[in-house]
Design a protein. Structure first.
Length: 277
């Protein structure tokens, strides 16, 4: 299969992105273990927001230490390092805001994705992309700058062997979008830059309504599992201004922190979706 990433170009990506994000440095590398890890190692040396794109990743990661499985040319794997003038305690909803930005950009490309709390994009009910955000603090003359390293893995193609390895419902971008990865990466960078500037000024509260409008499981029964043990169940009622998942339970409405559990697209046969830690 021809690699869809074979013509990735930092200059071409920057040309598409710079209309809205002229201050973002764009770098393309052939192969690395993890673009997130690479940028985290450079905190303290970075002088501007930096987009790092890899043609292939050998040790891509998702939340809770899970691996991001992909073959060369089958996935967009990139990370954006962005300095934020907000304390760490106010970054809880950042992955959700990033999800909104990615979803809005893809919708403009005629790809109608939905969002699964807290960090996945779904297409036709299957996982299209995942988000991993890691943070690091840099000491400077003004105190500390928090760098958010925003990692994204997005499926461009789904060969049978890769689908078998993933072992759960997965989706890939339509060919008419995936065929021009430079344009796609540039427009995604524009959307992320706009969203990050807004998040820095207003926090996740500015994204709450938009996220809830894209909520894949709105009004559906879910179970909360933590390390295989069910700890809560109820009806998914969206998220609050802090990015917490709201469940309507027999005891009332309960907020769930993103740090406690993550959502897994699975049906247990009873019509309930399972939320696994």
């Amino acid at each position: 299969m021809r690699s869809m990433n074979s013509s990735l170009s930092a200059a071409a990506i920057a040309a598409w992105a710079h209309a809205a994000a002229p201050h973002v440095a764009v770098e393309v590398i052939g192969q690395t273990a993890s673009t997130n890890a690479d940028l985290l190692a450079r905190v303290g040396q970075l002088r501007q927001p930096t987009l790092l794109v890899a043609e292939s990743q050998t040790a891509g990661r998702g939340r809770a230490g899970r691996a991001w499985l992909s073959g060369a040319g089958d996935s967009l794997t990139f990370s954006l390092a962005w300095p934020l003038r907000r304390p760490l305690r106010e970054l809880a909803g950042l992955s959700l805001a990033v999800g909104v930005a990615l979803a809005d950009t893809l919708a403009a490309c005629a790809v109608p994705v939905r969002l699964k709390w807290p960090n996945d994009l779904l297409l036709d009910g299957a996982k299209l992309a995942g988000i991993l955000i890691e943070t690091a603090q840099e000491k400077n003359g003004d105190g500390r700058t928090v760098w958010a390293i925003i990692g994204v893995g997005m499926n461009l193609a789904l060969p049978a062997e890769l689908a078998r390895q993933i072992g759960r419902p997965a989706a890939a971008l339509p060919a008419f979008v995936a065929q021009d990865c430079n344009r796609l990466l540039g427009t995604l960078t524009q959307g992320l830059a706009d969203a990050l500037l807004q998040f820095e000024q207003e926090g996740f509260a500015a994204f709450t309504v938009r996220w809830n409008a894209l909520h894949a499981w709105a009004g559906q029964a879910v179970q909360i599992l933590d390390h295989g043990r069910m700890v809560q169940e109820g009806v998914a009622a969206g998220v609050d201004v802090q990015g917490r998942l709201l469940l309507d339970t027999a005891a009332g409405r309960v907020p769930v922190l993103a740090g406690d559990v993550s959502l897994r697209t699975r049906d247990d046969g009873s019509g309930k979706h399972v939320v696994a830690g």
